[in-house]
Design a protein around this ligand. Structure first.
Ligand SMILES: NC(=O)c1ccc[n+]([C@@H]2O[C@H](COP(=O)([O-])OP(=O)(O)OC[C@H]3O[C@@H](n4cnc5c(N)ncnc54)[C@H](O)[C@@H]3O)[C@@H](O)[C@H]2O)c1
Ligand SMILES: CCCCCCO
Ligand SMILES: [Fe+2]
Ligand SMILES: [Zn+2]
Length: 382
């Protein structure tokens, strides 16, 4: 059976990526872009920096800066209104995963019409979204390159996964200078989200030689650079390596998908509005302990990529060493120790587990669990 490898056709990464991306954007010939961002990125002046760069090339911009962390259906509808009022012919997302996903929702409705919930699930939209240029400022969700769009339905308190190549941006920008201002907690959470993407993609039943290469390199770069990026956010070598790491991890999961960590983390995000990366980091060791009987050798490979000496270890020992390395990294970057610290309530676990088993990410987990087992994993993380 063949595999398909989805990524944007143009991806500008590293020092000066933002200014180096401008000629690519100009070449598309767009006239008026909607910048989709959040209030922090607007107040910090980043949105003005982007609009000024484009204005110099004769490209007009309008701004929607109402994106919430875990963007909502209302965010998408509010942004779409501004896009239509200004007759925008393309969309620019500026920020982390939340503005990227909000922008995907806006761009998708601009070309396909209807409501965002109409597109929940796999490959529903018939037409590509309005062209999207994604400028990334966290490292990261890799939403700036993926075919996933996660929108919170604030009425049903669930996160809808819209999975379609029709939401893939045409151009992604990863400039470490836009990431240098991330506080240590955000650097740690988004870095552990990227590690989760690499690990889940590598143990996924849909892994391929291409996604494996991306996942292992991502794990190495994260092991080598995340601690430094958290301790010294102005270390631009660490910031640039984390930008590459999260992009590689995104290339992996965009094509191998994910597993129970994300399926369960999405429920915590939808139910409690908890930060995505933190939920993943707390759940990751517990899910991989559950998965280990089915993918010990794969976890041993991840341990080796994270510079653990597994030469004389069995697969089972290597898997244990991998989970220990993940826990050590999590601790070193001050990720909360458990779900209790995140104020998750034990009485919610049955609902969280039911919804996690329905999440699109669950389908590629290497071990197939049932309600009781997934409840057990949540309980072990409390
Ligand atoms: N579509 C996908 O492929 C995909 C993958 C993983 C996660 N996600 C989604 O991404 C969202 C999480 O995104 P995130 O973790 O990037 O965070 P985020 O976009 O929610 O941003 C979190 C906070 O950090 C701030 N911030 C962003 N960049 C900053 C910077 N450079 N300096 C200082 N502050 C900055 C934002 O203003 C915001 O207040 C979740 O909704 C999750 O579901 C999507
Ligand atoms: C299959 C849905 C993938 C969602 C991206 C990570 O939040
Ligand atoms: Fe996710
Ligand atoms: Zn993620």
């Amino acid at each position: 059976m063949s595999t398909t490898f989805f990524i944007p056709s143009v991806n500008v990464i590293g020092e000066n990526a933002l200014s180096d991306a401008v000629p690519h954007i100009k070449a598309y010939g767009f006239k008026h872009g909607l910048i989709v961002t959040d209030s922090f990125m607007n107040k910090s002046g980043a949105a003005k920096q982007v609009s000024d760069l484009l204005a110099k090339e004769g490209v007009k911009t309008s701004i929607y800066d109402g994106t919430h962390p875990n963007p909502t259906v209302t965010n998408v509808n509010d942004g779409l209104k501004i896009l239509k009022e200004n007759n925008c012919d393309f969309v620019i997302s500026l920020g982390g995963g939340s503005p990227h996903d909000c922008a995907k929702g806006i761009a998708l409705l601009a070309s396909n019409g209807g409501e965002i919930k109409d597109y929940e699930g796999l490959d529903v939209p018939k037409k590509p979204q309005l062209p999207l240029v994604s400028i990334n400022t966290t490292a990261g969700t890799a939403s700036e390159i993926t075919r996933f769009c996660i929108i919170t339905d604030e009425v049903r308190h669930i996160k809808m996964a819209i999975v379609t190549s029709m939401v893939t941006p045409i151009l992604s920008v990863n400039d470490p200078a836009l990431m240098a201002g991330m506080p240590p907690g955000l650097t740690a959470a988004t870095g552990m989200d990227a590690l989760t993407h690499a690990v889940e993609a590598y143990v996924s039943i849909a892994a391929s030689p291409i996604t494996d290469a991306c996942a292992l390199k991502a794990a190495t770069l994260i092991a080598d650079n995340l601690r430094t990026a958290v301790k010294d956010g102005k270390n631009m070598v660490a910031r640039e390596n984390m930008a590459y790491a999260q992009l590689l991890a995104g290339m992996a999961f965009n094509n191998a998908s994910l597993g129970y960590v994300h399926a369960m983390a999405h429920q915590l995000g939808g139910f409690y509005g908890l930060p995505h990366g933190v939920c993943n980091a707390v759940l990751l060791p517990h899910v991989e302990e559950y998965n280990a009987p089915k993918c010990a050798g794969r976890l041993k490979d991840i341990a080796a990529a994270m510079h653990v000496n597994v030469d004389n270890m069995s697969d089972e020992e290597g898997a244990k060493a991998c989970i220990a390395a993940i826990r050590a990294l999590s601790k070193d970057v001050n990720i909360p120790a458990n779900l209790t610290e995140l104020k998750v309530k034990a009485e919610d676990i049955p609902t969280l587990a039911t919804n996690a088993l329905k999440d699109a990410c669950a389908a590629t987990n290497p071990r197939v669990g049932n309600q009781a087992e997934v409840e057990g994993i949540f309980k072990s993380a409390m």
